[in-house]
Write a protein that binds this ligand. Structure first.
Ligand code: SF4
Length: 261
């Protein structure tokens, strides 16, 4: 039986946001110990050797060293990872976390990616729709408890999605924020899966140049003052020269959704 909390008005009871929806896993199944060990050995042998390697070379390395399926996580802020992995990995799937709160421009970018690239694209959704979340947890959970909202709409769906995969590729860059400044090329996540960060040393200019050189699909919001794009409810435009992630959960101390922490 879920615990209930009373809303500020006292008029309705809502489920405690620390209690996730019933009937769905909230974590990823750990890989067998021998797979984790194999990944730890790869990290120990290759992390320093891949430092400074091009993104293309890191993805070619993954093609050679990761026999199992690979998830390529796409925020649809840009489409660099789709371009880099198309044709380079035959065991990969693009993955998009469809929180239900995205800007229409981000969903249009996702749809264009699905048309342009041959790699399969998985659209991952939370257990509850927006309306169901409002009914069970109360309206505007994203404003009252963004950590719980991100947990149920991003972190837990990603965790469920990762089950069949051996490894995942992310677009995390050290230039994103101070918290990401020491991100390695290769990591082993809590479940024993290999986490590969091929763009780790890319600057903002590197991203812009790659987009221009390869005529990539563009999320138009990136040209309208949104250098870092999350859910529409939690992302504000930022001024020229401001920290690119300053518009994410602006006015709160939150800086990460929890996918990479
Ligand atoms: S970014 Fe905002 S709306 Fe999106 S999942 Fe997190 S708290 Fe919820």
């Amino acid at each position: 039986m879920h615990s209930l909390i009373r809303s500020d008005s006292g008029a309705e009871d809502y489920r405690d946001p620390e209690v996730s929806p019933e009937g769905a896993a909230t974590t990823t199944q750990p890989l067998p110990a021998e797979r984790r060990q194999a990944h730890e050995e790869l990290v120990a042998e290759w992390n320093h050797r891949l430092e400074g390697a091009s993104a293309e070379d890191i993805i070619a390395w993954a093609h050679t060293h990761v026999p199992g399926p690979i998830a390529v996580t796409m925020s649809m802020q840009d489409t660099v990872l789709a371009e880099l992995t198309e044709g380079a990995l035959d065991n990969a799937e693009l993955v998009f976390l469809d929180t239900g709160f995205h800007f229409p421009e981000t969903l249009e970018t996702r749809d264009k990616v699905a048309e342009r690239y041959r790699l399969p694209l998985r659209n991952i959704t939370p257990v509850y729709s927006r309306a169901e979340q409002d009914r069970v947890y109360g309206p505007r959970l994203y404003a009252r408890n963004p950590t719980a909202c991100c947990r149920m709409r991003k972190v837990e769906p990603l965790a469920r999605m990762l089950d069949p995969f051996e490894a995942w590729i992310t677009g995390v860059r050290r230039a994103d924020s101070a918290l990401r400044a020491n991100t390695p090329v290769l990591e082993v996540d809590r479940t024993g899966r290999l986490k590969i960060n091929p763009l780790v040393d890319w600057t903002d200019d590197d991203v812009d140049n790659y987009i221009a050189d390869h005529d990539l699909i563009i999320n138009p919001l990136t040209r309208q003052g949104y250098p870092s794009i999350g859910c529409a409810t939690c992302t504000l435009p930022v001024a020229e020269g401001e920290d690119p992630r300053a518009g994410r959960w602006a006015g709160t101390s939150k800086t990460e959704c929890g996918l990479h922490t």
